[in-house]
Design a protein. Sequence first.
Length: 333
Amino acid sequence: MTTPREDVLREIREADRFLLVTHENPDGDALGSLVAMHLVLVALGKDSVMLMAPDEFPLPYEYRFFRLDGLVSVPPADLAERTVVFLDCGNIDRNPFIEVKRDEAHILNIDHHHDNTRFGTVDLVDDEASCTAEIVWDLMRGLGVEPTPEIADALYVGLVTDTGKFMYENTGTRAHVMAAELIEAGVDVHAIYRRLYEGMPYGKLELLARALTHVQRFDDGRLTTTQLTREDFAAAGAEESWSEGIIDHLRSVEGTKVAALSRELAGDANAAPRRKVSLRATDGEVDVSVIARAGGGGGHRQAAGFTTTLSPDELVDFLREQVAAQLSASATS
C-alpha cells in the first residue's frame, strides 16, 4: 500500500505534461500554490501550463507582483493528454472550466480543506496542513527540487496569508519550519509584508470606513455583521477585491463568535442581487464551514464563505439560526 503523497510524487515523476488550476477568485494560498507548483514542475523539465479565466484579471493589487509566465486563459489543445492538478480547491465546481472536469480527466487533487470532496484520481488532502502551499513545499522537498527565490516567495505568500500572518489556529510547528527554510532560500519577509499589507489604495480605506458604518451585532454580540452594496464600491472607487481584510476587524470585536461580511456582486440589474458572504470564527465553538455548506459554499472551520440571493434581512436570520444551533449543540454536548 502506498500513501496519497507517494502516489502524487510518482505521478509527477512519471508524467510529462501538466495543467494546473485552482479555485475561482483565487486568494494568496491559491495563487502561491499555483505559481510554486508550476515552477517546481518547470525545474523538473516538465511541460507545465497554468490555467485561469480571463475574468480573474486584474488580480487583487497585493498579488500583482506575481510573474505568471506559463499562464493561459483557455484550455490547451492537448488537454486530454495532460495531468490536471487542482490546487487549494475543496470542490471541483469551484473551478469555472467545464473542460477540466470531464469524467476521463486524470486529476491530482492537492488541498488542505477538511471538507474537500475528494474528486481526484489521486487525492492528497491534508487538513492538518496550515495551507496548500505547505503541501506543495513538502512535495517540492520530496521531488528533490531546491527552492529558487521565486518559488520561495510564492510559497511564503500562501503561508503568510492563509495563517493570518501566523496568527490563526492552523499555524503549526511545520508552518514555522517552512517559513524558516523559505527565508533561508531568499524570502525578504519585510518586502513580502509590504506587498501584501501596505501600499493600500485610498479607496480601500474608504471602503473599510463604509463597511464599519454598516456594522450590526446580534445575540449579545455573538454574531457581528456588515454589508457592502454596489453603491458602496462605486462611491469608494473600489475594486471587488478591496473588501479583503475588512472581516478581520469584525472578528476582533470582543464577544464575537462569528463575523460575517456580505458584499453585493455585479450582475444583471433585472435579476435578484447576488451576495458573496465571508465568514470567520473566533474560536472552536462554531464551525463556519458548516454554515457555508448550508448556504451552498464551503471552506475551513474558522474561515469559509458562500454566495446567496438571500436579502440582507433573510441572510441575518439564516446566520443567527445557524450560529445558535451550533452553540446550543455545543452547550448540551
